[in-house]
Design a protein around this ligand. Structure first.
Ligand SMILES: Nc1ncnc2c1ncn2[C@@H]1O[C@H](COP(=O)(O)OP(=O)(O)O)[C@@H](O)[C@H]1O
Ligand SMILES: [Mg+2]
Length: 239
């Protein structure tokens, strides 16, 4: 018997604009609940725009974006978020005048019926943040700020996480900690879509890969197919 599962995210023919500038030209993507999917591409390929378009944060958009089965193409950003989506933009948006813990207590829970992750569970998952709970946002290292940005999303109860280049500019030891974080999130059943430039970080974590070029998906494959796809990836990304 074939079990039918509602995809966590199902995008088809997604187009998006910033003003007059047409940046997404028909993006297709399917993410099942509990998957970790990596979106690769060169700078300017349209990866950030894809995440922003999912959230309704670009200008006009057209096509279909279903989240847990609900069509969202006509919805405002806050309504999309309330379907249980958490977006972590490249600029992490930590409130620098607030402490680490105040940042964590800030986000309101989404109306998904899923409770947000408790502060204790957050601190168990991110021991660094527990140590730094009373430190001001500005005093946190880049890696701590990145963890805080993700932790803050977990507080909302979002189960589908859209993470934009979380490893960017961070030291290798911090990148390893972020890799452990992604593994923990997968073990806890979260669905993760991560945009990455750092192929070595993403490669061992992802169940499946998509590659974008000029606002379109040009490749998609599973982790098992990665070795066979290396020559193609080399050509597309120079990895
Ligand atoms: N706010 C914006 N206004 C106009 N064009 C933009 C804006 N943001 C990005 N773009 C353009 O959209 C294209 C895709 O960019 P982006 O989604 O940021 O790519 P990536 O994240 O893959 O590097 C690029 O050509 C970029 O110049
Ligand atoms: Mg980007």
């Amino acid at each position: 018997m074939i079990e039918m599962v509602t995809p966590a995210l199902e995008i088809s023919g997604l187009q998006a604009w910033y003003g007059e500038s047409h940046v997404l030209h028909g993006v297709d993507m399917l993410v099942q609940p509990g998957e970790v999917v990596t979106l690769l591409g060169r700078n300017g390929a349209g990866r950030t725009s894809t995440l922003r378009a999912i959230m309704g944060l670009t200008g006009a958009r057209k096509g279909s974006v279903r989240i847990h089965g609900t069509e969202t193409i006509g919805m405002a950003t806050h309504r999309i978020a309330h379907l249980g989506v958490g977006y972590c933009p490249e600029e992490r948006g930590i409130f620098s005048s607030l402490t680490c813990e105040e940042n964590l207590l800030l986000p309101p829970a989404l109306k998904t019926g899923q409770p947000g992750m408790g502060i204790d569970e957050i601190y168990a998952m991110f021991p660094n943040l527990a140590e730094r709970r009373n430190s001001q946002g500005t005093r946190l290292s880049g890696g701590e700020q990145q963890m805080l940005a993700v932790a803050r999303i977990l507080r909302t109860g979002a189960r589908l996480l859209l993470l934009d280049e979380i490893s960017e500019g961070l030291a290798p030891v911090i990148v390893q900690a972020l890799a452990r974080m992604i593994t923990m999130l997968r073990d806890k059943g979260y669905t993760v879509v991560m945009v990455e430039q750092n192929f070595r970080f993403a490669a061992p974590l992802a169940d499946r890969f998509y590659v974008m070029e000029h606002g379109r998906m040009v490749e998609h494959f599973t982790a098992a197919e990665l070795t066979d796809k290396m020559p193609v990836l080399n050509e597309l990304l120079g990895v």
